[in-house]
Design a protein around this ligand. Structure first.
Ligand code: SF4
Ligand code: SF4
Length: 445
């Protein structure tokens, strides 16, 4: 049974964080309270409340760590309203790892006050019951495809049955892409030889959300990597990366999933692990954070994370053939938080887009501001997520016909924005445009 805060504080420890893997002192103690982070924090920008700013969150975590505050609603609320977008880390002169602190604090809350009722049951069902199990994920995928193809979706929309759902869930339902007959992990061969001179072997991380909703992006990623001299492996026994579990504070479950993936990709013998989903890529690169108290897996996690590359990052690193097929479109690029702030990948996707003949790229103002997707934040905090989505939609420059990005969560969120505004805009992944340009080049031969 969960302990109450007074019990926790009276347990003889000078801290409110009583479980393993707490927020680390060397992370929160380096904050110098300068406040540079305030103006880039989306929740502070909206609420102008220090408790919902990076500086305020770090302070509350420090106070709880030192036993000066119980793990009460003020701390918990502040920690869970954070988008974990890491915009604060980009501007912080002291290198405070706000994202890691937030995730560690959520891990403590997960133990101290496990979610109960319907919310807790739904969260456990998906985060423990579905995502870590590829067969169950496949069943869910099949059910969603059945819903789309059998006429159920049409009937649900015509009869107004969807009106029982809250507005944000109705919007999400409206923008779910057509589910492909097969996920990429089943559709792609296990080994795809490199074209031309071989530059290395890359094992494709197919992900969960990406392979349910955007399996065609995974297939495009494999083709583009092949086209640029990379042999592509698709390890069949990989599972979801565990990012959503880390965001929710369920670090035990995330660790179990990370151990499994580390072993699977180690066995693959690939030089690189390639990924096209910013959130998952950041989680894979940060696996060592999960194993601070496990020397064996910490070492393995460090070796694994060194091999992880976003597809745009790897193409620029090993060299790519500029495509010769023309794609005559005008697009803008949205920086997914976990690509720009967490992985510091900004120039590579732009370089790839600018290499496509005929493609015009117009920069989006404040392109690094979160769109509100943030893992499952758009489901748990729909009001703030909706406000941020509106701001993002306002920033899309006039005259573009597509918004391009490198993360499936952002793709779903911006699709919802396009639907809300009835805008004539496509939402695309960077690699889809590159793949299209290579296909057009192929067709010219
Ligand atoms: S910018 Fe960094 S050091 Fe300054 S207040 Fe924010 S978190 Fe603290
Ligand atoms: S991660 Fe994002 S939402 Fe959280 S404190 Fe930093 S800037 Fe604010």
């Amino acid at each position: 049974m969960a302990k109450t805060e007074p019990e926790l504080l009276s347990a003889g420890r000078q801290t409110a964080f009583l479980w393993p893997d707490p927020p680390e002192e060397d992370k929160y103690s380096v904050c110098v309270h300068c406040g540079f982070c305030l103006e880039v924090c989306p929740t502070y920008q909206e609420w102008k409340d220090e408790n919902h700013s990076p500086r305020g969150r770090v302070f509350l975590i420090k106070e709880a760590a030192e036993g000066k505050l119980p793990l009460d609603a003020s701390v918990i609320d502040s920690v869970f309203t954070c988008l974990d977008c890491r915009a604060c880390e980009t501007v912080c002169p002291s290198g405070v790892q706000v994202g890691a602190l937030i995730e560690e604090a959520r891990g403590q809350v997960h133990h101290a006050q496990p979610k109960t009722g319907m919310k807790g049951a739904i969260e456990r069902f998906f985060l423990r019951g579905v995502f870590p199990h590829p067969k169950r994920l496949k069943t869910l995928r099949g059910l969603m495809r059945f819903y789309q193809k059998s006429g159920l979706r049409t009937a649900a929309r015509k009869t107004g049955a969807l009106r029982v759902l809250p507005k944000h869930l109705r919007e999400m339902e409206a923008v779910i892409p057509d589910i492909q007959p097969k996920a990429a992990i089943d559709a792609l061969p296990e080994r795809m030889p490199a074209q031309g001179q071989k530059k290395g072997t890359a094992a494709l991380f197919t992900g969960c959300v990406m392979d349910v909703f955007f399996s065609d992006v995974n297939c495009a990623t494999a083709r583009v990597a092949n086209r640029n001299g990379l042999e592509v492996l698709v390890p069949r026994d990989q599972i979801c990366c565990g990012a959503l579990q880390v965001h929710a504070g369920d670090r035990e479950q995330a660790r179990a999933m990370a151990r499994h993936n580390i072993d699977v990709f180690e066995r693959s013998g690939a030089d690189y692990v390639i990924i096209n989903a910013a959130g998952c890529g950041a989680a894979l690169k940060e696996y060592p954070e999960l194993f601070k108290d496990d020397p064996v897996y910490h070492e393995k996690a460090v070796a694994f994370s060194k091999r992880v590359r976003d597809i745009s990052e790897l193409l620029v690193e090993v060299g790519y053939d500029p495509p010769r097929g023309k794609v005559e479109r005008t697009v803008t690029y949205h920086d997914a938080c976990h690509l720009c702030h967490a992985q510091k990948i900004r120039s590579q996707p732009r370089e790839l887009l600018r290499s496509i003949p005929g493609l015009r790229v117009i920069e989006m103002p404040d392109s690094e501001r979160c769109c509100g997707s943030a893992g499952i934040y758009n489901l748990t905090h729909p009001e703030m997520a909706g406000t941020l989505l509106e701001r993002k939609m306002d920033d899309i420059p006039a005259g573009v016909d597509a918004v391009v990005m490198g993360n499936p969560g952002c793709m779903m969120q911006i699709r919802a924005g396009v639907h809300r505004r009835q805008a004539d805009l496509d939402v695309l992944h960077t690699v889809e445009l590159l793949d299209l340009a290579y296909q057009k080049e192929e067709n010219r031969r």
